[in-house]
Design a binder for this molecule. Structure first.
Ligand SMILES: Cc1cc2nc3c(=O)[nH]c(=O)nc-3n(C[C@H](O)[C@H](O)[C@H](O)COP(=O)(O)O)c2cc1C
Length: 400
């Protein structure tokens, strides 16, 4: 994405440097526009160095408006795929809500047709003032997104609402707001399972697998960005993505219960979790003492979550499963597809170094029509977006 990052005159302006760097690392192009007040808090030199792009607006050397053969504010407005103002002062919110264009940033905000996102930061009294809230309401009515500030100790010493939201959360919100929505997924409720399950033997020992949950989490992000309302049932320790309702679970039984509770009001399921097939027959509340010689652990089957949900689905619900196979991939996955009555299976080759825990992965979609061209090898975030595009295309064509 090509992102204009507007930076206005608040203490939190120093955090915009961190955000610019994060966005660039995520592969975006970022051009900063500083207001005159913003330039008192952070310098164009810092922002240009971090982004590798010119910094626009108030500039101690060149002033607000540069002599330029083009019309800078219109060129910037057209260049942007998204305009984010971080931090946003009460002043810029008021100007933008009322169509004022008194400097480069406010003029670009008025001229652009790109999506706009605000991350306000200010003193609690300012934040709670009806004028600021009315301005935000107005900006929302234009289709702008607002990443609300959090609560905490503010730079002015007061404690309350007005602290700039986490930079990582703002970066996620930018991703969501700047991604075009897909008609077959927008507003749809998608249930996603991710991560390993853990079956406890006692308070210190557990049976689990090498899944981290990263593929399922990236899928949750990609479905969210495409406009779906995502609910994620998550095992493992990875943090849940912003903007996704997450239910944390430990065992296969807990995962089944969380999924069952949400299945009836979901439009589709993506089962990416690596569910333990077995659990210890007995689980002890006390640490089990070691014994000499060979010991035998009795295992029993855990519930088959995917089969249970697929068997209890309505005709308007779709189900996509994963098959992690280390040999005869398509044969085993095809068997799973038919046996469990799935719409598609994404086949994951988990031979050494691939699949679980790896950064780059390949998935081969399989439907009753047979295998489809492989997606990848790609980093998991890009692979997740490719999966969502592929699946949305099938839903649109009525083949979901
Ligand atoms: C030290 C200092 C900190 C400030 N922090 C904020 C702030 O966090 N939020 C805010 O809305 N205004 C803050 N202001 C006031 C703005 O800088 C002022 O309203 C300015 O006109 C904003 O201009 P701009 O929106 O064009 O950047 C602060 C002012 C000073 C001097």
């Amino acid at each position: 994405m090509q992102i204009i990052l507007g930076i206005t005159g608040g203490i939190a302006a120093y955090k915009s440097a961190e955000l610019a760097r994060l966005l660039v690392n995520q592969g975006h192009r970022v051009r900063c526009i500083l207001t005159e007040a913003g330039s008192r808090f952070i310098t164009p030199l810092t922002l240009t160095s971090l982004t590798g792009e010119p910094c626009y607006g108030a500039n101690p050397d060149q002033g607000e408006w540069r002599a330029n053969p083009g019309v800078e504010h219109i060129e910037l407005a057209r260049w942007a795929d998204l305009v984010a103002v971080v931090p946003a002062t009460a002043n810029i919110l008021g100007k933008a809500a009322n169509g004022l264009a008194s400097d480069l940033l406010s003029t670009v905000l008025l001229a652009t047709r790109a999506p706009v996102l605000w991350a306000p930061a200010m003193n609690t009294g300012m934040w709670e003032h009806p004028a600021v809230q009315a301005n935000l309401q107005r900006l929302r009515s234009f289709g702008h997104a607002v990443v609300e500030p959090g609560e905490g100790v503010l730079a002015c010493g007061e404690e309350g609402a007005g602290k700039l939201a986490d930079v990582a959360a703002i970066a996620e919100a930018i991703q969501v707001h700047g991604t075009p929505k897909l008609a077959s997924l927008a507003g749809r409720r998608v249930l996603i399972t991710a991560g390993p399950t853990r079956e406890d033997l006692d308070p210190v020992r557990t049976l689990t697998n090498r899944s981290t949950g990263s593929m399922g989490i990236e899928l949750a992000r990609a479905f969210r960005d495409a406009g779906a309302q995502v609910r994620l049932v998550l095992g493992g320790d990875l943090p849940s993505p912003w903007g996704v309702e997450t239910m944390r679970v430990r065992s296969a039984q807990q995962m089944l219960e969380a999924c069952t509770a949400h299945w009836a009001d979901s439009d589709g399921l993506v089962a990416a979790a690596a569910v333990a097939d077995q659990r210890p027959e007995a689980s002890s509340s006390e640490k089990v003492k070691k014994a000499d010689g060979t010991e035998t652990l009795a295992l029993v089957r855990t519930p088959d979550i995917l089969a249970t949900l697929a068997a209890n689905r309505r005709s308007d619900q779709w189900v996509v499963g994963f098959a992690a196979e280390s040999e005869k991939h398509l044969e085993h996955a095809g068997d799973k597809l038919r046996r469990k009555g799935l719409d598609a299976v994404l086949v994951n080759d988990v031979q050494a170094g691939r699949g679980f825990g790896a950064q780059v992965n390949t998935l081969t979609p399989l439907t009753v029509q047979g295998p489809h061209p492989a997606l990848g090898p790609l980093p998991k975030d890009q692979l997740a977006r490719a999966v969502v595009q592929w699946w949305a295309g099938r839903l649109e064509a009525g083949k979901g």
